[in-house]
Design a protein around this ligand. Structure first.
Ligand code: SAM
Length: 213
């Protein structure tokens, strides 16, 4: 993700607490009050400019979605999308995924989406990968029993690493495609990166894994 400094981003975020949740720690264990219903909640960790999560929310009005993005200069693009779409079942969180446990507790979340996560190819940066075992523990601690992670990437190295990390953690592999766009999967919603990289001819990898608790 190319980052441009946007000094106005913080102020713009603060002006839209109905879309980018202010003080998310106050809703820990009670996110139903934010959405005003008890529908399942799916989160995308590293939502970027929000194309995937916005289109998912449009397509599935009975599921609540949250896009989690660390950079304010990036999440403002997702905010623009959300203002335009004005969806009652979508919120954004401008936080670091490493702090998920501050905002969510067990059973708050039904599914985690990881799309085109930063690969951090150097071994010394393994702990930053969003599929590293410490992150898998964080997700487990906020998901319902039997909750799922759905993961897409064009990065073969990250995909292979992630399959091994999921397996070592004891996650159950429900679905895997090593060339997702050539598979017979119907109803795929593309992310920005997926669109860009598949247009460049890159192969897309996808899997669904499930916690066995
Ligand atoms: N998911 C989008 C897509 O597929 O088009 C964006 C992919 S982009 C490569 C990865 C995004 O994850 C970036 O916007 C980055 O800022 C965000 N990100 C990386 N680490 C994060 C973290 N620890 N917490 C929240 N967001 C993070």
């Amino acid at each position: 993700m190319r980052l441009r400094n946007k000094p106005w981003a913080k102020e713009r975020i603060e002006q839209h607490p109905q879309y980018i949740v202010a003080n998310p720690e106050q809703h820990k264990g009670n996110w139903a009050e934010v959405f005003d219903n008890n529908h399942p909640i799916h989160i995308e960790v590293g939502t970027g400019k929000g194309q995937f999560i916005t289109e998912m929310a449009k397509a599935n009005p009975d599921i609540n979605y949250m896009g989690i993005e660390i950079y304010d200069s990036v999440i403002v693009a997702a905010l623009d999308r959300l203002i335009e779409a004005d969806l009652p079942n979508l919120r954004l969180l401008n936080v670091n995924a490493a702090d998920l446990a501050k905002y969510f507790t067990k059973n708050d979340i039904d599914r985690v989406y990881l799309n085109f996560s930063d690969p951090w190819p150097k071994t010394r940066h393994e702990k930053r990968r969003l599929t590293y075992k410490d992150f898998l523990k964080l997700y487990e601690d906020i998901l319902v029993d039997g909750g799922e992670i759905h993961f897409k990437t064009d990065n073969q190295g990250l995909f292979e690493y992630s399959l091994m990390s999921f397996s070592a953690y004891g996650l159950l592999l429900k679905y895997v495609s090593l060339d997702f766009h050539k598979s017979d999967y119907e109803g795929n919603i593309m992310t920005e990166y997926e669109q860009k990289f598949s247009e460049m001819g890159n192969r897309i990898y996808r899997c669904e894994v499930k916690y066995q608790n």
